[in-house]
Design a binder for this molecule. Sequence first.
Ligand code: F6P
Length: 321
Amino acid sequence: MEKKRIAVLTSGGDAPGMNACIRSVVRNGIAAGFEMVGVIRGYNGLIDNEMVSLDNRSVGNIINKGGTMLRTARCLEFKTEEGMNKALENIKKNNICGIVVIGGDGSFRGCRSLTERGVPAIGIPATIDNDLAFTDFTLGFDTAVNTVIEAVAKIRDTMASHERVSIIEVMGNRCGDIALYAGLCGGAEYIVLPERQWSVEALCEKLVHGRELGKASSIVITAEGGAKGTALAQEIKARTTMDPRVTVLGYIQRGGSPTASDILLASRFGMHAIKLVAKGIGGRCVGVKNGQLFDMDIIEACDMKKEINQELFEIAEILSR
Ligand code: F6P
């Protein structure tokens, strides 16, 4: 009898730890008695029938690699009836009985549609933004924060030497978690988040006050959705005697080797997802709360509203005085 096949794909913006997660999904799937298939370029690969067989060796030497060996994309065609039908045809042709989708919330809605059409699909949260409310952490977030604090430390050296104010713009359109965690761990004087009211006046006041208290240099971390670094620098320059320098960290935050914490999460998420798909369960996503893995309805998860961690913001505020 032909073995049942499970497919895995990565979708949306890439995140460090996606490869470690593919490895976990593949090896757990094989251990559970399935044949494994990798879908290329996210949902596009289902529509275009671009798939590769994966065995234990195909996912060797990727545990520590950033990016995704399966490539990734955002696929609008999959949201159309025609795109979905092409995908379903290919899923049937390839004898696929379940799918694991590694990606952000945009990718998760596709899991529900597939499940409703008889193909159980499970979502694994992977995005550097940590913008999914249902889980404490998404895959790639820890690595991105570590990349940012390494950069902040280097920028701090030169800012201190020149007694300057530094504005560092990090990723995060709707969610300021990278700015919040990196701001706290990088010792920033001021953190600008999209979710929190802030004012240029208060920011300038804090910077000027810092000078009066003997701070020769200061660091401001802003999430791209909170304020753009260059605009912020102009505002500060217009209101004070300071002439801030701006660094936009950009895509450096999406690359690089995953941290141990992200590899661990990737490995655990992969195992949990396979346990579900192996039982024919779909329409759910895997998350972590207080260190414990769990799964829940994928649409309920997408509809949850993310709040910022107020406690972390308060700690950062006190420690930056
Ligand atoms: O992966 C998330 C994210 O990095 C956001 O923070 C950022 O705004 C966006 O993706 C940019 O991605 P792209 O340029 O690939 O659309």
